[in-house]
Design a binder for this molecule. Structure first.
Ligand code: UFG
Length: 333
């Protein structure tokens, strides 16, 4: 029998790419999304949409009605580290309340498998680089704290209800679907790669590099960029592995780090356009280097970051931006 997966935030960036992969692999998908930051155009026509908000349990119930949900992929969330320092309650309260509501309804419907979209922001004070899945947790912001709280909630769900969960801590999600129909479109955009490509398109005058006095090869921050399709694949592998009833936690990156300046240089090469930049002050909360150690998921699930070489990431992102210079057509506030 075809399994039905409930995808919260399926109209968002990682959620829409994962939905596409689930459908391609023969799963049925029901998306629960309030479309506050997600895009209706990002939703695959084969998926069902229940427009609803996780703050309201009756709206979550609507997604379960007359459906046998085999598993949940939980993407819907406030996701910005910087914003969480200014508006902590939409993270410390809303992200956690949404997860509590979702889990309460899911447990009443006897859901047995749950995949959480978690974050590298759990590792604000790494003792070593690359960062292993077992590394000491020190959330770097209310955003990271909210994801850590949800990871801990999942531990209780396992103990009390036997829920198997997999927490996937993404490093820097990036790239777009190779057919350029879905990609990254945030309002406002704060992420490096889309901003750099908007400069290449002539939509912004320049990129501001947030600090060039870090202890790295060229003084700019090092990040681990992982292709959104590789993240999607990890979700499917995790879901399938949890047939054994066991919970897991993995770090997801490419295993390689690039500085901000290296990203700009590669983006110039891929786009063939000039990308002017200036250097500004450091952005509060940024760490010099964040790179994932992905050995655990490679050993246990056989996951490999097949699309996460920087050329593929930048080429797919560039093609998405060329095809959708204004992003998805429905405007966002
Ligand atoms: N950067 C600039 N200029 C910009 C934007 C970004 O110099 O205009 C720099 C940042 O300072 C950072 C790097 O580019 O050094 C990457 O920044 P992003 O904003 O693209 O991504 P972050 O590393 O800050 O955060 C991302 C996700 C978080 C997640 C984190 C985990 O947005 O949700 O990765 O590593 F928690």
């Amino acid at each position: 029998m075809t399994s039905t997966i409930l995808v919260t935030g399926g109209a968002g960036y990682v959620g829409s790419h994962t939905t596409r992969l689930l459908l391609d692999r023969g799963y049925r998908v029901v998306i629960l999304d309030n479309l506050s930051t997600g895009h209706i155009e990002a939703i695959d026509s084969r998926a069902e949409l229940v427009r609803g908000d996780l703050q309201d349990k009756t709206q979550i119930e609507a997604a379960f009605k007359d459906r046998d949900i085999a598993g949940i992929f939980h993407f819907a969330s406030n996701i910005l580290v910087g914003e969480s320092m200014e508006k902590p309650w939409i993270y410390l309260r809303d992200n956690v309340v949404s997860a509590c509501n979702l889990l309460e309804v899911a447990m009443a419907h006897d859901v047995k498998r749950f995949v959480l979209s978690s974050t590298a922001n759990l590792f604000d004070a790494p003792d070593e680089i690359p960062i292993k899945a077992e590394a000491r947790i020190a959330p770097g912001s209310p955003y990271g704290e909210s994801k850590y709280a949800i990871e801990r909630l999942l531990g209780w769900m396992e103990r009390i209800y036997g829920l198997a969960s997999c927490c996937l801590r993404y490093f820097n999600a990036s790239g777009a679907h190779p057919d350029s129909t879905i990609g990254e479109d945030h309002h406002p955009e704060t992420h490096l790669i889309p901003i750099v490509l908007q400069v290449a398109l002539g939509q912004r005058e320049r990129v501001t590099i947030f600090g060039d006095d870090y202890p790295t090869v060229d003084g700019t921050c090092v990040r681990d960029y992982v292709h959104v399709l590789d993240l999607a694949e990890a979700h499917l592998l995790a879901f399938e592995a949890m047939k054994d009833g066991k919970s897991r936690k993995y770090n997801l990156g490419s295993g390689s780090g690039y500085t901000v300046k290296q990203i700009i240089d590669h983006a110039v090469a891929v786009s063939g356009k000039p990308i002017p930049y200036t250097v500004g002050p450091r952005r509060p909360g940024d760490l010099p280097v964040l790179v994932a150690d992905t050995k655990k998921i490679a050993d246990e699930l056989g996951w490999q970051p097949r699309n996460s070489d920087l050329e593929t990431i930048l080429e797919t992102a560039w093609n998405w931006h060329l095809a959708h210079p204004q992003g998805y057509s429905t405007p966002k506030a």
